[in-house]
Ligand binder design. Structure first.
Ligand SMILES: [Zn+2]
Ligand SMILES: [Zn+2]
Length: 556
């Protein structure tokens, strides 16, 4: 064991002790020791043990720990701190702009345990409420995390779509005589992407030469596949094929395994196709777009010419679920309304945070009265456009909502969401959710699992029971359109449709720019075959007002 490793161990120990809130006098002695050892002219392993104690800045306690490391190769006190510090917290040490003291606040006070959650908190301006975190610090932390995470090789669909399109154009321009088509998870519109895949008639040599010039590294190659990585750390995969087999390969690489297996059982491939659509027409069925090639059941639907007319961004008529400056949003209600009008939308459902969400300046009762006055004024100004009064009410620990019935009845509709104590077992999560769904004031269940893609799994739920309860209580399930949430997962939406549960594609906008996220919600909904009839935020003003009337009949 050399001095550098010993010094690094002490330095990490000091940081972890700080993060765990230990007395700073104790932790300081370890960081001083790390500093001293790094600068020693001789290796500690070459110094007689009894002399180690006399090195300046070492002393009795540190000396013993040096000898322990020389003998065992380990520092047991460090192991102890490593085991009681979550992995996600340790990772924060790699982020520029946050030292151990700030990490401690993030962990113990904001109850954030990994980088994904921290990034999300930056986006929601939650850090600003804590001592030592200014706007600039928050911005630095955010950028630093984004950089770090982008180096991990997995991306949200929203993060990678432009890069994929640019790379696609670049190679098509470089090889005008060859065929290239993007396939794989991106073409299927999956919510997270860890590789970009192309089908191509270009040779392996052509691809390798081209990308080597751009400083890409070859990860793997065999006769039919080339895998490369550039500085984005994203895997690029090229499937080399002939012109004859191009569309068959494209088809095979643009669907789920279940879909492909069923297809092969039902229809043989011809030797050659001139377009991908020909594969479908040849089989006598309607063309199934790549985003629907998931469940094998869709093949039968296409055979019966019953493919759904899936929802499009233009079918969205309203912003449902949005936050203003009254809680943790960036824009005023007026600005939010104006932006919605500019987008030709018919109405806005304003749903700031409720009082328990203190980190988001959730609204106390007297603020709600004031806010409603402001909304009434704006509604006079902007009619026929309308702002509906709503709240994103926290689902409390026992599943109750955040206000008295009297206050709840002042809203046109209530969105109920879990924001606190996310770490819970399924029975606890189900108890909270079912109670909230059964509450007669709940109209929409917000982001039902609390997941943050690539950073936090949702709390465990029994999706079927949740959907059944929503069906029984006439509650709409949100499809939160934030590209990090996309919650409810599209894989559960067919069960919602089966049970006649409406979904609502909601941007959960914290600024007018947040409206743009609706597109990602629509893309996810399309994968589930959602039509505009199934989606609350596609309702006309009249239908929405009728919906609210029916919701109010549930209220006592
Ligand atoms: Zn929320
Ligand atoms: Zn929200």
């Amino acid at each position: 064991m050399n001095n550098n490793i010993i010094a690094d161990n002490f330095s990490l120990l000091a940081k972890l002790m700080d993060i765990n809130g230990e007395n700073s006098f104790k932790t300081k002695s370890y960081s001083v020791a790390a500093f001293t050892i790094e600068k020693l002219p001789a290796e500690l392993s070459s110094i007689p043990e009894e002399k180690i104690f006399f090195i300046k800045g070492v002393g009795e306690a540190i000396g013993k720990k040096i000898i322990e490391q020389l003998h065992t190769g380990e520092l047991s006190l460090l192991n102890e701190y490593v085991s009681k510090t979550p992995q996600g917290i340790m990772e924060m040490l790699a982020i520029k702009g946050i030292g151990p003291k700030k990490i401690s606040v993030i962990w113990k006070e904001l109850e954030i345990e990994n980088l994904g959650e921290l990034l999300y908190a930056c986006n929601e301006n939650r850090l600003l409420l804590y001592k030592g975190f200014g706007e600039k610090t928050q911005q630095n932390i955010k950028e630093s995390i984004e950089y770090y995470l982008s180096n991990q090789g997995s991306y949200l669909y929203a993060q990678i779509e432009n890069h994929a399109a640019e790379t696609d154009t670049k190679i098509k321009n470089a090889f005008p005589l060859e065929q290239f088509e993007l396939a794989g998870d991106l073409r299927r519109h999956l919510e997270t992407i860890d590789k970009l895949e192309w089908i191509t008639t270009a040779s392996q040599q052509q691809i390798i030469t081209f990308f080597k010039q751009q400083e890409y590294k070859i990860i793997d190659e065999d006769e039919i596949t080339t895998k490369l990585k550039g500085k984005e750390n994203l895997l690029l995969v090229f499937y080399h094929t002939t012109q004859e087999k191009f569309y068959q390969t494209l088809f095979e690489k643009s669907c789920s395994e279940d879909f492909l297996n069923e297809w092969k059982n039902m229809f043989p491939f011809k030797n050659s196709y001139t377009a991908e659509e020909e594969i479908f027409t040849n089989a006598g069925i309607d063309v199934i777009p790549p985003y629907l090639r998931e469940s094998e059941k869709i093949i039968l639907t296409a055979q019966q010419h019953k493919l759904p007319e899936v929802i499009q961004p233009k079918d969205i008529t309203a912003i449902i679920h949005s936050h203003s400056k009254w809680s943790d949003g960036i824009n005023t209600i007026d600005e939010m309304a104006t932006a919605a009008i500019q987008k030709n939308l018919q109405y806005l459902v304003l749903s700031d945070h409720s009082k328990t969400a203190f980190y988001a300046q959730g609204l106390h009762e007297e603020k709600i009265i004031e806010q409603h006055k402001e909304i009434d004024e704006l509604n006079k100004k902007y009619t026929p456009f309308k702002i509906f009064k709503s709240i994103e009410s926290d689902i409390l620990n026992d599943g109750s909502l955040d206000y008295s019935n009297e206050v709840l009845s002042s809203f046109d509709l209530v969105i109920a969401s879990v924001h606190s104590n996310l770490k819970m077992k399924e029975d606890k999560a189900m108890m909270r959710l079912i109670n909230a769904i059964e509450n007669p004031y709940t109209s929409i269940l917000g982001h039902p699992t609390g997941r943050l893609l690539l950073s936090r799994n949702g709390y465990p739920v029994d999706h079927k029971k949740i959907i059944d309860a929503c069906a029984a209580n006439n509650v709409v399930i949100e499809l939160n359109a934030h590209p990090k949430r996309l919650d409810i997962d599209w894989r559960w939406i067919d069960y919602c449709l089966e049970k006649n549960v409406l979904i609502s594609i909601d941007p959960d906008a914290h600024s007018v720019n947040g409206y743009n996220d609706i597109r990602y919600g629509v893309i996810a909904a399309q994968k589930a075959g959602v039509t505009k009839k199934h989606n609350l935020s596609s309702f006309s003003m009249q239908d929405f007002e009728d919906f609210i009337k029916v919701q109010h009949t549930k209220r006592p």
